[in-house]
Write a protein that binds this ligand. Structure first.
Ligand code: A3D
Length: 320
C-alpha cells in the first residue's frame, strides 16, 4: 500500500517544522512547496538527512512546481507572510489574500481530493478565502487555530495548578484573534470544571481571568519575544494532530476553524468550533449550547470574522 502523501504549501518556519514532525511520526511522504528559490529543496534534503539517525521511512522532496503535489492526501498551508512585532494578524490580510488565491488554484488543479488545513493568518478569513478559491467541499477545508489556542490555555493552567498537562482539557472557541473565547466552563482538570476549582481554592477568579487574557495574547507574547517572526513549534504540532486525525480516521474531537451552516447560530462562515475529524474530514460540528456570557463573547468574535471577510470581498471582487 502506498504511503500517504503530505503536501506542505509554504516551507518557512512552520512548514519546515511540519515536515520534520510528519517524517519523525512517519505520517507519509512529504513534499515541501515554496516560491522561495532553493528553500523547499534545502529543507527537504536537510530533513531527509536526519532520517538515518531518526530511523524513519518517509520520502522528502522540495519544489516550486504545483504539479509535484499531485494526488496529495493532506495539504497544510502556511504560505504567506507572518506577523512582525506591532503588526496585527489583520494587517496581513491584503498580502495573504493574494497568496491564498494562487494556493487555492494550485490545490484545485493538482490535489482536489486532499484534506486541507490552513494556518495562514488572519486565519478565519484566509481559510474561508482558500475554500472559495479552491472550490473544494467545505468539510475538506478547515483552519488550525483552536488546537493551538487550547494548548496554550492548557499549558498555562497546568502551570497554575501544578498538574500534568495530560490531565488538563482546555477549550477555546471563536475566531483566532483578540476576540477568541477561552471557555472556562468547558475546560477541566481531570473532568473538574475550572469554576469548581476556583470554589475549591485551587486558584482565584483574578488569576483565572489573567490566564484567559494571556491565552488571548498568546501569539503576541511569542512575537514580542522572538522579534523576527511568530510561533512555529506549537502551531506545527497542532496542525499535525489534525492531519493525523484525518489520515488515521481517529474521530478526534478538536476545536478548529470549520464551515458552519447554522451550528452555534453561525451560517456561511468559518469560525473556531469543536469538531470531529476523521476520514471524512470535518465530519461533524459539536453544536454546544453557550450560556449568555459565552454567547456574547462568541458573537463578538463572529462579528470580527465577518468584518474580515467583508474586507476580503472589497479587495478581491471575485469573492463578492
Ligand atoms: P514564514 O517562516 O515566513 O513562512 C512563510 C513561507 O511562505 C515563506 O517561506 C514564503 O516564502 C512562503 N510563501 C510566500 N508566498 C508564497 C506563495 N505565494 N506560495 C508559496 N509559498 C509562499 O512564516 P511561518 O511559517 O512562521 O508562518 C506562516 C503563516 O502562519 C503566517 O501567516 C503566520 O501568521 C501564520 N500563523 C498562524 C498561526 C495560527 O494559529 C493560525 C500561528 C502561527 C503562525
Amino acid at each position: 500500500m502506498a504511503r500517504p502523501k503530505i503536501a506542505l504549501i509554504g516551507a518557512g518556519n512552520i512548514g519546515g517544522t511540519l515536515a520534520h514532525l510528519a517524517a519523525v511520526k512517519e505520517l507519509g511522504d512529504v513534499v515541501l512547496f515554496d516560491i522561495a528559490d532553493g528553500l523547499p529543496q534545502g529543507k527537504a534534503l536537510d530533513i531527509a538527512e536526519s532520517g538515518p539517525s531518526e530511523g524513519f521511512d518517509a520520502a522528502m522532496s522540495g519544489t516550486s512546481d504545483y504539479a509535484d503535489i499531485a494526488g496529495a492526501d493532506v495539504c497544510i498551508v502556511t504560505a504567506g507572510v507572518a506577523r512582525k512585532p506591532g503588526m496585527s494578524r489583520d494587517d496581513l490580510l491584503g498580502i495573504n489574500l493574494k497568496v491564498m488565491k494562487s494556493v487555492g488554484e494550485g490545490i484545485a488543479a493538482h490535489a482536489p481530493d486532499a484534506f486541507v488545513i490552513c494556518i495562514t493568518n488572519p486565519l478565519d478569513a484566509m481559510v474561508w478565502a482558500l475554500r472559495e478559491f479552491s472550490g473544494l467541499p467545505h468539510n475538506k477545508v478547515c483552519g488550525m487555530a483552536g488546537v493551538l489556542d487550547s494548548a496554550r490555555f492548557a499549558h498555562f493552567l497546568s502551570e497554575e495548578f501544578g498538574v500534568s498537562m495530560r490531565d488538563v482539557t482546555a477549550f477555546v472557541l471563536g475566531g483566532h484573534g483578540d476576540t477568541m473565547v477561552p471557555s472556562v466552563r468547558y475546560s477541566t482538570v481531570a473532568g473538574i470544571p475550572l469554576p469548581d476549582l476556583v470554589e475549591m481554592g485551587w486558584t482565584t477568579q483574578d488569576k483565572l481571568d489573567a490566564i484567559v487574557q494571556r491565552t488571548r495574547d498568546g501569539g503576541a507574547e511569542i512575537v514580542g519575544l522572538l522579534k523576527t517572526g511568530s510561533a512555529y513549534y506549537a502551531p506545527a504540532t497542532s496542525a499535525i494532530e489534525m492531519a493525523e486525525a484525518y489520515l488515521k480516521d481517529q474521530k478526534r474531537v478538536l476545536p478548529c476553524a470549520a464551515y458552519c451552516d447554522g451550528e452555534l447560530g453561525v451560517k456561511g462562515l468559518y469560525v473556531g468550533v469543536p469538531t470531529v475529524i476523521g476520514k471524512g474530514g470535518v465530519e461533524r460540528i459539536v453544536d454546544i449550547k453557550l450560556n449568555k456570557d459565552e454567547q456574547a463573547g462568541f458573537d463578538n468574535s463572529v462579528n470580527a470574522v465577518k468584518g474580515l471577510i467583508e474586507a476580503c470581498k472589497g479587495i478581491d471582487g471575485s469573492l463578492a
